[in-house]
Structures are given as C-alpha cells and as structure tokens.
Design a protein around this ligand. Structure first.
Ligand code: TYD
Length: 134
C-alpha cells in the first residue's frame, strides 16, 4: 500500500473567496485533539525529522507549498503539498521530513493527541530498529 495518503477536503468555491472545513471522524479518521502550524519557515530550513509511536496527523499547506518525505522503514516517497483543500495523512511509525518551504507558506497540522514528548522517535537508527521489530 502506498505511503502517501492524500485526503480531499471539502471546498466551497465562492467568488468572495473559497472555504474549506474539516470535521474530526468525518473527513479525517480521528478526533482532533490538537492543532499547530509552522510559518515564517526560512527556505533552506528543514522541519520534522522524527516519527511518532501513537500519533496520527493530517498536514495541510494552507498557504504556499512544501515537500514532505515519508519513510516507513521499507520505502520512501516525497510529495509536494500545495493545495489548501488537500491533506496528507501520516500514520504512526512513519518518519517525516518537511523541506523546500515557499515564501509565506503555512503548514497546518491536525493531530489525534495532545503534545507528548515521549511519543517522538527522533533518532533515525532508533526508528529503523523499532519498525524492524514490528
Ligand atoms: P517539533 O515537533 O520538533 O517541530 P517540527 O516537527 O516541526 O520540526 O517541535 C519543536 C518544539 O516545539 C519542541 O520543543 C516541542 C515544541 N512543541 C510543543 O510544545 N507542542 C507541540 O504541539 C509541538 C508540535 C511542538
């Protein structure tokens, strides 16, 4: 199965400006417990560089674009996010790195759990050892 799980979000097109909405358990397969966003990211900057043990997230380029590398320990894929009405679902035990942020881009993240530092796997070798054991 592909690592890349894109979710098309509702888009209400309107000459006054478009609108997209997201309801937990309806448009995405989890209840939303947390929202955070990355902004003012320098073009040369890289974010992410970790996996999660229990967290599912949806990433959306609400403005501009950026690339996301996904790695489940067996394969790697890079996708570009650049549509405010399209989300990228990232399951637990998937390593992710975000880069090539365009000027003014905003990466909004909907998360299934509150912030838990212990949920992170921040070392790639630890990640590989963990997924091989699964
Ligand atoms: P981090 O998850 O490493 O950012 P990214 O994956 O985008 O590179 O988080 C950076 C810092 O922000 C780190 O000190 C933890 C803190 N943080 C919170 O306190 N709450 C949160 O919900 C998130 C996502 C991060």
């Amino acid at each position: 199965m592909s690592l890349v799980k894109r979710i098309s979000l509702p888009k209400i097109s309107d000459p006054r400006g478009n609108l997209t909405f997201i309801e937990g358990q309806r448009h995405i397969p989890f209840e939303i417990r947390r929202v955070y966003y990355l902004y003012d990211v320098p073009a040369e900057s890289e974010r992410g560089g970790h996996a999660h043990r229990n967290l599912t997230q949806l990433l959306i380029a609400v403005s501009g674009s950026f690339d996301v590398l996904l790695d489940d320990g067996k394969s790697r894929e890079t996708v570009t996010l650049n549509k405010p009405y399209e989300g990228l679902l990232i399951d637990c035990f998937v390593w992710r790195e975000m880069k090539n942020f365009s000027s003014g881009s905003v990466c909004m993240v909907l998360a299934s759990r509150v912030y838990e530092a212990d949920d992170y796997i921040r070392d790639y070798q630890d990640f590989m050892r963990t997924v091989r054991k699964e």
